[in-house]
Each structure stands twice: as C-alpha cells, then as structure tokens.
Design a protein around this ligand. Sequence first.
Ligand SMILES: *Cc1c(COP(=O)(O)O)cnc(C)c1O
Length: 412
Amino acid sequence: MHFDNNGYVLEGGLDPLLLTEKYGCPLYIYETAIMKNQYDRLTKAFALPNLKINYACKALNNLAVLKFFKSLGAGLDTVSIQEVRLGLMAGFTPNEIIYTPNCVSIEEITNAVELGVRINIDNLSILEQFGSLFPQYPVCVRINPHIMAGGNSKISVGHIDSKFGISFHQTPLIHRIVKANSMKIEGIHMHTGSDILDIEVFLQGAEILFQVAEEFKDLEYIDFGSGFKVPYKEDDIQTDIEELGEKITARFTQFCSNYGKNLTLMFEPGKFLVSQAGTFLVKVNVVKQTTSTVFAGVDSGLNHLIRPMLYDSYHKIVNISKTEGRSRIYTIVGYICETDTFGVNRKLTEINEGDILAFYNAGAYCYTMSSNYNSRFRPAEVLIHDGQDYLIRRRETMEDLISNQVAVDIFD
Ligand SMILES: *Cc1c(COP(=O)(O)O)cnc(C)c1O
C-alpha cells in the first residue's frame, strides 16, 4: 500500500477501503508486485548463474503466495513436514524444497525422506541416526558460526548459546559420522536469524562457513540462510542487500574457483520477500478518552497480529479513512481480554469510530502466527495481482471454530 494523490492505494490503484466493504474487516491484503520487486532485488544483488532463492514459507504460507514464488523461479524453505506438504501441493518439486527442522523426531525426518525433499540436519544426534538409516541420501548440515547478527533475542539464532545448528567447533565430529556411514554431504548451511544490521558480522559468519565447506568434497550448494532486515518506518535501518550482494558474490566466486566446482549459492528469505507486501486493515470500534490517554480500540488483537506484543515489533499505523486534517496522539489497542497494545502514542489523523486503520509490514509472521484466542475468527486474506483482487482465504466461521471438537453427550 502506498500514499498518492488519491490517498492510500494498492497496486493498480485499488482502494483498500472498498476492499474492506467487499471482504469485511479485519482483512489481510498482500501485493504480488511488492514481492516480485523484493525477489528481483535479491537476484540482481547476487548476480550469479547458480543462485537459488528459497522462499521461507513460515512467514506467509497461503498456497497462492507459494505458487506465486514458484512462478518467479524460487524454491521453498520449510521447517516442518506440514510445510513440506504445502510446498508439494503448491507444485514445487521435491528437489526444490529444503527442509530445515529443529528438534523434530527422526520419524518426521523419515517422512521427509519418503517425500524426497532436500534435508538440512542441525544436530549430531540426528545426523548419526540419519546416517545409519539412510547412508545413501545426500544431506545438508546446518552450522552454527556463533555470530550475533542483530535483532532481538527471540529472533537471533546464530549465537553461541543458541539451540540451532551444529557448532563449527564440532566439525571433526561431523566428519567422523559422515565417514563411519559413508554419507554424502551435499550442502552447508547457516541461518543467523532475523535482522542483520551489520554486513561485516554476516561476512564473518560466511568466512566460517567457507572454512567448514572446503573440507567437504561432495558439495552442491552453500546456503547462507536469511535474516535480511526490512524497514518498518521512515529512515529505519535495513540490510544493505546491494552491498552484501556485491561482497558475497565476489567471495563466493573465489571460493568456487579454489574448490574446483561451481556450487549453487542459496538463500532462504521470508521476511524480506513478503513483509512489506502485506497490509492489515482493521476497524476502530471505540475511541476512549481516559485521564491520561486516548485509546483507539480496534476489531482485532493479539489473536491476529501478535508481533508487537511478542517481539516489541513496530508496525506503522495510519488512518486510511481520513487522510487530511489535524492529527492527534493515540494508543492503538486490540479487543482481547488481555493487554494487547499495537502502538503507543502514535500520531494519526483524527480518528472517528468506524474508521479503518492500516498496519504496514503485515506480510511476514502476521497471519501465520494468528490464533483463535478469545474464540475469535481468523481474518480473510486477499491477494492483489495485476491490479485485481482475489480472495485467497475466507474468513472463519463458527463451524470452523468447533470443527475439531468432539461432542460427548455425558453432560447433556
Ligand atoms: C525463519 C527461517 C528463515 C526466514 O527468516 P527471515 O528472517 O524471515 O528471512 C530462513 N531459514 C530458516 C531455517 C528459518 O527458520
């Protein structure tokens, strides 16, 4: 969504207010043009013939979005067997899907083997079990380079006491297991978590990965994971993809020439590809003036968008019903019976009850983290493609809410 002479508009000039009338409120809206723009930025920044961008679908998992990324030529990054199945349903071939679970059972990994997808193993125990069960099946190993890439403690996953990956200090143990079972290691991977602020830190992690990689002789790819930060407000810092691209590309090319083989360079961004493509629209139910604060209470809450409460993340909020006139300071809160504050002391054009507010950066980790808390329905999702709107998930109903409950007649 962007602002122009006509107020807030979507791709193709579509009016978000009309979409709330058509589909109801609250509503998630995603624009494919923005996803494509982000995808193109990556393929331009990492301009190598052997580049593969695997979309991390835990960010936004609607099948229409998965199919869209497939149409762009992306692969898919998955973290559960259910995401693997969604990927297959969306039409990705097994070798276009990489499965990077953490602390899942060997049974689930066995299922992934049966489905034929690429498997990324992040601990020595599973690597050993995998080696004895499937010595012929090539795998990737997730290395923890022990870097602190930035971001907050819940989304930073590459540091020394993180549960993710196999410490690069334990590389000799990986070799022992690989040798004992005659395994083939086809990939080396790291994922340092969201919000890379400092490119130098990322490059240090990459150097560690290159060191580990040169000791494995059967590699097909090196996967640098993700963690590309996007801006949430004006002048916000973001990962400088273009600069990172230039540096990694040069270093990767040099590595491949020493290694003696043109490997594939892989990334698996989620947030970078979809965060800015999404807008969440809510309606103001109540404007409530207390002695200290003016609250705008909306028809949504932490059940639909939990990131501000879980991660203290910032979502820019605007009043799209009223784009001109004086502004006031509001605290935007949800309707859940628990404190669910979306934004404190935000300056918005004056709000009347019934106005529609828009939350920016609502593409990644918003719908996929939603719940039915307070027995509320999850919202509908709409995709904007080539200036047309498509309903890609209907709003839930009372039937959906109880569909898994099993009625027992013992209290009737
Ligand atoms: C979550 C995750 C990603 C995507 O991270 P973003 O910050 O959304 O880009 C990539 N790879 C793995 C293994 C993940 O768990």
